[in-house]
Design a protein around this ligand. Structure first.
Ligand code: UDP
Ligand code: MG
Length: 328
C-alpha cells in the first residue's frame, strides 16, 4: 500500500488544532469520498515551531491516541521555512502533502492532488483562486513582488502558489538535500524542477487565531526570496554604477570645456550638492545590496543547522489507531 505523509507546521495553533483533527479523519480512515475507494497508509508529521501555547501538549495527546500523528518540536521558533525542512527530513511516505494548521488549505483538495500524482505528476501545487481575508496592502505588495522576482530570474516562481502542495518522494529528497539555513522554500520547489501541475482552490479563512506573518516578517521573506534566488540586484548595482559614471564623465568634459571657453565665476553650489547627494545615495544603495549578499555568505559559512530539535515522537512508532476510540 502506498504511504502518504501530511506535513503540518504548527506555531501557536492550539485553537486550530481542535478543528484540524476532525477535518483530517475522513482522509486518514480512507473514507473520504474524493479518494473513491483508494486505500493509502497515512502519517501526519506536525512540526511544532517553538509554540508558546498549548499546541505541543495537544500534539502529544494526538500522538498518544493515534501513533500516525507524529510530532517534532523545535527548540525555539525557527520560522515556517525551517520548520518545513524538519518535516521534509522526517517524512517517510511515497508522497508528501504540505498544508497549514489553520485549515486555510482545504482538506478536500488533497484527494484530487493524489489522483494527479497517481497519473504521474511529481509536484502538484495548489493555486489560490482567492486569498481569504487579507489586507489590501498585502495583496498589492504580493502582486508587485512576484512581478519583480520573475523579471529578475530565469526560473519562474509561480504567483498565488504557496506551500499547499503534494510532492513525490523524489522531490522531497531533492529539497531536503538543499541545506541552506536561510530558506525560501517557494523558490526551491521551482529550482529543483520535476513535472508540475496545479489545482485551483479557494483559500478559507483561518479556523482560529491570527496570522503570524506580520508585515515585517513578510518583508524579510520577500528579501530572502530575492537574495537567495538571484544575484540580479548585484548586476543592477553594477549597471547603474556604470551608467552614472558615464554621465559623470560626460558632465566633467562639459564642465572643463565650459570653463576653458567662458571661464568660471564662483557659482555652481547647487550642482555640486545635487551631484554629491545623488552619487552618495547610489553608493549607499549599492553597498546595501552587496551587504545583503555578504550577510548571506557569512550566515551560510557558519554551517549552522537550519533547525534544532527539542523533542520528538518515537520515529519507530507503529499505528495503533482503533476506529472506536474516543476523540482526545
Ligand atoms: N508557522 C510556523 N512558524 C512560524 C509562523 C507560522 O510554523 O514562525 C505556521 C503556522 O502555524 C501555519 C502556517 O505556518 O500552520 C502558516 O502561517 P500563517 O497562517 O500564520 O500565515 P498565513 O497563512 O497568514 O500566510
Ligand atoms: Mg494561514
Amino acid at each position: 500500500m502506498k504511504k502518504i505523509s501530511l506535513l503540518i507546521p504548527v506555531y501557536n495553533e492550539e485553537a486550530s488544532l481542535d478543528a484540524l483533527y476532525p477535518a483530517l479523519c475522513p482522509l486518514l480512515d480512507n473514507s473520504h469520498p474524493g479518494l473513491m475507494g483508494a486505500q493509502y497508509e497515512w502519517e501526519v508529521i506536525f512540526v511544532d515551531d517553538g509554540s508558546t501555547d498549548l499546541s505541543l501538549k495537544k500534539l502529544k495527546e494526538l500522538n498518544s491516541y493515534d501513533r500516525r500523528f507524529r510530532y517534532v518540536s523545535l527548540s525555539r521558533n525557527f520560522g515556517k521555512e525551517n520548520a518545513l525542512l524538519a518535516g521534509f527530513d522526517r517524512a517517510s511516505g511515497d508522497a508528501m502533502v504540505i498544508m497549514d494548521a489553520d485549515l486555510q488549505h482545504p482538506v478536500d483538495v488533497i484527494p484530487e492532488m493524489i489522483r494527479q500524482w497517481e497519473e504521474g505528476w511529481e509536484d502538484v501545487y495548489g493555486r489560490r483562486l482567492s486569498r481569504g481575508k487579507e489586507s489590501i496592502f498585502r495583496r498589492l505588495f504580493t502582486k508587485a513582488y512576484y512581478a519583480l522576482l520573475n523579471k529578475s530570474t530565469r526560473v519562474d516562481v509561480l504567483p498565488n502558489v504557496g506551500d499547499f502542495r503534494l510532492l513525490d518522494r523524489k522531490v522531497v529528497d531533492a529539497i531536503s538535500g538543499l541545506r541552506e539555513s536561510q530558506r525560501y522554500t517557494k523558490g526551491l520547489y521551482c529550482w529543483v524542477g520535476f513535472k508540475k501541475t496545479g489545482i485551483d482552490f479557494q483559500t478559507a479563512d483561518r479556523a482560529a487565531g491570527e496570522t503570524h506573518m506580520s508585515a515585517g516578517r513578510l518583508l524579510n521573506l520577500a528579501l530572502e526570496g530575492i537574495t537567495s534566488y538571484t544575484t540580479a540586484p548585484l548586476r543592477i548595482a553594477t549597471v547603474l554604477g556604470f551608467i552614472i559614471s558615464l554621465m559623470a564623465i560626460a558632465y566633467m568634459i562639459y564642465i572643463v570645456c565650459k570653463t576653458l571657453i567662458y571661464g568660471e565665476p564662483i557659482q555652481g553650489f547647487p550642482t555640486i550638492i545635487c551631484a554629491i547627494l545623488f552619487l552618495g545615495g547610489c553608493q549607499l544603495l549599492a553597498l546595501g545590496i552587496i551587504g545583503e549578499y555578504i550577510g548571506k555568505i557569512y550566515n551560510e559559512s557558519k554551517h549552522r543547522p537550519a533547525y534544532i530539535v527539542g523533542e520528538e515522537s518515537d520515529p519507530a512508532d507503529k499505528p495503533t489507531h482503533q476506529p472506536n476510540d474516543t476523540q482526545p
